[in-house]
Write a new protein. Structure first.
Length: 258
């Protein structure tokens, strides 16, 4: 066990500078005792309010990105927790299902660890998107759409301050891109929508289409697959990734009925 106290403690106050680490577990004493908790090496260590505030402090570029729509860097904690407990877990499960249904020759090329982490963390930047835009019960106007589109780059800029590997970070940044480079954010000529990215991107889209959201009703799996099939015909998604999604969808629907 290692104990570090950088500064002397003030009488009658808990200072946010005590850390006790042992076997990858940490104890942190913050300004509010009820906010303190044990943190381990699970993926959730990237998603706590304290962790996100540290990421913002460590990267001045984040403030520049949001200066016109969130100058005070307000965090939408409630919205983020809802997203984390529903959409992100769903994307994780779908991505895993796609991977498991790929032909062996392709499955062996999947970085399952990077895909799993990216599937769960790709929307972290939405914590900085104003609630009025995130939960708008109607179609976004062009300016609101532009703001919403910053979330993928915000996710990348937040998480690049952590120990996440570069492969996972690129999946997070580019989860709205495709093989035709018609998504966002902008990518250069050397961009490659590899198998890992297509799994995360397709899982995210399928989840979004089949979810009920404030601005739309949920689609049936068949309706969602029909839309994604158009992406296959347009050369944006590999046919084998789509076929794996179809097989996962069938398995998932069968499991619900059984």
């Amino acid at each position: 066990m290692g104990l570090e106290i950088p500064r002397a403690l003030s009488v009658g106050a808990i200072q946010p500078n005590i850390y006790i680490g042992r076997n990858n577990y940490n104890i942190g004493f913050g300004n509010q005792l009820n906010a303190d908790k044990f943190e381990n090496n699970s993926i959730d260590r990237y998603t706590s309010e304290n962790a996100i505030k540290k990421m913002i402090s460590a990267n001045p570029k984040i403030k520049k990105i949001v200066k016109d729509f969130n100058p005070n860097l307000e965090l939408n904690i409630t919205g983020w927790n809802q997203l984390k407990n529903n959409h992100l877990k769903d994307v994780q499960n779908i991505a895993k299902g796609i991977t498991e249904n790929l032909p062996f020759s392709l499955k062996s090329r999947v970085d399952e660890n990077a895909v799993e982490k990216a599937a769960y963390l790709h929307d972290l930047g939405k914590i900085l998107i104003p609630k009025a835009i995130l939960d708008k019960p109607a179609k976004l106007n062009p300016e609101e759409t532009k703001i919403m589109h910053t979330h993928s780059e915000l996710s990348y800029e937040l998480l690049k301050t952590t120990d996440l590997d570069e492969k996972t970070l690129k999946l997070i940044r580019n989860h709205h891109q495709n093989a035709k480079k018609t998504g966002y954010p902008w990518v250069g000529n050397d961009f490659n929508a590899d198998l890992n990215l297509q799994i995360v991107s397709v899982a995210d889209k399928y989840s979004a289409l089949t979810e009920h959201r404030t601005y739309k009703q949920s689609m049936s799996p068949k309706q969602a697959l029909t839309i994604i099939y158009q992406d296959v015909k347009d050369g944006k998604v590999h046919p084998f990734v789509f076929k794996a999604l179809v097989n996962y969808s069938k398995e998932n629907e069968y499991a619900k009925i059984s």
